[in-house]
Design a protein around this ligand. Structure first.
Ligand SMILES: Cc1cc2nc3c(=O)[nH]c(=O)nc-3n(C[C@H](O)[C@H](O)[C@H](O)COP(=O)(O)OP(=O)(O)OC[C@H]3O[C@@H](n4cnc5c(N)ncnc54)[C@H](O)[C@@H]3O)c2cc1C
Length: 341
């Protein structure tokens, strides 16, 4: 699987195929190899760039790599553009295309690794922006029937790092294209303090969406490890959301706790929890927490998927015993563990 996932652990998939259109996908569904994987109970898996997965062991099923291309404007008005993008397009290429075409709505999501087809799966987000706000529709092929469905934004059931594609439809569909509704005169979203600081450092007082994206690209390159150099899958855990009783108790014990109110409770910065529990820069064998961002677990070279999974479990136990909080994994572990998904 080298080259098809970013953690850099050495694993194999029993079968692997790259699909560039729906016909190739249908051919897989009819293949003997795919049927064999189903009969053996190992199933199938669709991947984009593998930047949000951890292979704990070899995958004895069928891996489908989505490389469906294409960016095209379907409809335009004086204020908006409806753009359809193939699921296999590299996410950052799309962001750069929107910037070159002066279309706003996904610029703060610059430099997030991965493909367009995976973006709705966990409703990618960064620097105050979530992809759900720019998604108009998601087009997917249901597996095994091969039927095509178009999901409206509401039907995608987007939430914080989740959607219907990560819950009830996980393992039941392949996203083939995403339609985005983008704004022609978008105002930049600069609510995050680090973005404001970076813009000030560049002496930009009236930023455009291009300025904002470029500031965020700079911050990200300083803060996050490059998977080509250090294997990782970005933030390993989600920021936990707790109720009022627990947040009040946590504030009493830890007045410096980093949190903010969210739709359904209070969102605590998981990075703060890890740092407070002493995980920042920690290392065990070839696995560790990235020194500039504890939430990112890294493979310093030669770590196995099981070692990374064990390290993550240790963190989960320590956060549970210290704060009474159960961390939820953002990264999907393979072979699938229903308890953790
Ligand atoms: C350095 C780094 C920084 C990151 N920063 C961020 C960040 O700021 N914000 C953020 O939200 N994420 C971040 N991530 C996580 C990751 O980049 C995103 O989740 C990205 O969308 C994953 O894309 P992918 O193509 O690599 O998906 P994969 O890892 O290949 O797949 C992820 C999941 O989506 C499913 N999937 C993939 N393609 C399809 C498809 N076509 N149809 C149906 N299901 C599909 C897979 O089965 C899997 O369950 C970061 C990762 C790294 C390595």
């Amino acid at each position: 699987m080298a080259g098809y996932h970013t953690f850099g652990v050495k694993v194999q998939s029993k079968y692997l195929a790259i699909v560039q259109d729906k016909q190739q996908l249908f051919a897989i569904l009819q293949s003997q190899e795919y049927q064999e994987c189903l009969q053996e109970g190992m199933g199938w898996l669709v991947l984009g760039q593998g930047s949000n997965v951890l292979f704990k062991t070899d995958f004895k099923g069928f891996t489908i790599i989505n490389r469906m291309p294409g960016i095209r404007i379907l409809k335009e008005t004086s204020t908006q553009a409806l753009v359809e993008v193939g699921a296999g397009v590299i996410w950052d290429e799309l962001v750069n295309w929107t910037l070159a075409n002066k279309l706003g709505g996904i610029e703060n999501l610059i430099r997030i690794p991965g493909t367009v087809g995976a973006a709705p799966v966990q409703n990618i987000g960064a620097y105050g922006m979530e992809v759900k706000n720019a998604i108009h529709e998601v087009i997917m092929t249901e597996i095994p029937s091969g039927n095509t469905h178009v999901f409206s934004n509401a039907e995608c059931a987007f939430g914080y790092r989740t959607s219907i594609f990560k819950t009830s439809l996980q393992g039941k569909c392949v996203i083939t294209a995403v339609r985005f509704l983008l704004e022609k005169n978008a105002a930049p979203l600069i609510t995050y303090e680090p973005v404001q600081v970076e813009l000030r450092r560049k002496n930009i007082t009236h930023p455009t969406i291009q300025d904002t994206a470029s500031a965020i690209a700079t911050i990200r390159s300083e803060k996050l490890p490059d998977p080509a150099v250090l294997g990782n899958a970005g933030s390993f855990f989600k920021n936990p959301i707790v109720n009022e009783t627990l947040i009040k108790e946590l504030i009493r014990v830890h007045p410096d706790i980093k949190y903010h109110s969210a739709e359904n409770g209070f969102k605590i910065y998981a990075g703060w929890l890890l740092e407070k529990a002493g995980w920042r820069g920690s290392k065990k064998g070839a696995v560790g927490c990235y020194e500039k961002q504890s939430l990112v677990l890294v493979n310093f070279g030669g770590a196995t998927g099981q070692e990374i999974d064990d390290f993550a479990s240790e963190i989960e136990c320590s956060i549970k015993s210290r704060f009474g909080i159960t961390l939820e994994r953002e990264v999907r572990c393979i072979p699938f563990d229903n308890k953790k998904e």
